[in-house]
Design a binder for this molecule. Structure first.
Ligand code: URA
Length: 247
């Protein structure tokens, strides 16, 4: 594949812009500057750099973001900055066109922090967000009021939310502090944790009350700080599909 097409496929702009980056000497493979836009490379497994920043060639992009508070998971946010502003431009522009770039797999509320997956693989996004697949997600909850055993039993047995007569239940619920819970859900209904806590007579604390720590068996890495992102490895992708031992 020509290096200009590789850059184009990875979100570095139109073919003309990509050819320009190459002709200006901004693109290297290994330590060698590539000045010829039509030079051929095997794309699979290629690592290249643009203006000193190294990139892997990826046919489809799979990443995790440590979502910070005060960001909306929308491309067109209303009140707060979008999580997409936390990603480098090529990742936001992959594929070109109107529906370009990676998309979040489901959404977290603006005040929720933690593990968020993003991809430009439509099938992956669909599989991960489909209610039929029941991928367990673990939320660390700080409640406004102390948690008691009756609340935990109700969350495990199932509570009825206002938009559906069918009860929703936590797949697992463990008390981790006087007002803290680790709650595992296998659906992704709108404001589900907040509404479930309200349904048992408690409330999620407004500031720092909700954090997603795990999806499937993939745990948010301790060294991935709020606002940082990283590529998912093959092991991470397998972990997402695996059910955590706790469920
Ligand atoms: N449940 C909520 O209430 N909010 C989130 O952001 C995620 C799950």
């Amino acid at each position: 594949m020509q290096i200009q097409d590789i850059l184009f496929s990875q979100g570095f702009g139109t073919r003309r812009i990509c050819a320009g980056l190459i002709q200006q000497g901004f693109v290297a493979v290994g330590h060698e500057i590539i000045a010829e836009p039509a030079m051929e490379f095997i794309a699979e497994g290629l690592r290249f750099s643009v203006q000193g920043v190294e990139w892997p060639y990826v046919e489809k992009a799979y990443l995790m973001l440590h979502k910070p508070a005060g960001h909306e998971c929308s491309q067109k946010p209303g009140m707060y900055p979008s999580i997409y502003t936390l990603l480098p431009a090529p990742i936001r522009q992959r594929g070109g066109g109107a529906a370009a770039g990676v998309q979040a797999v489901g959404r977290l509320d603006q005040d929720t922090t933690g593990l968020l997956l993003l991809s430009d693989d439509g099938k992956f996004i669909h599989r991960m967000s489909s209610p039929r697949h029941h991928v367990p997600k673990v939320y660390e909850v700080t409640a406004k009021h102390p948690v008691d055993d009756a609340q935990i039993q109700k969350l495990l047995k199932g509570v009825v939310l206002d938009d559906d007569p069918k009860p929703v239940r936590a797949a697992a619920c463990r008390q981790t502090g006087a007002s803290q819970l680790s709650l595992t859900l296998t659906e992704g209904k709108y404001h589900q944790v907040k509404r479930m806590l309200a349904a048992v007579g408690n409330r999620v604390e407004e500031v720092g009350g909700l954090h997603r720590s795990q999806i499937g068996a993939l745990v948010l890495p301790g060294d991935l700080l709020p606002g940082q992102w990283r590529w998912l490895s093959t092991d991470d992708l397998q972990a997402i599909a695996a059910t955590p031992a706790a469920v």
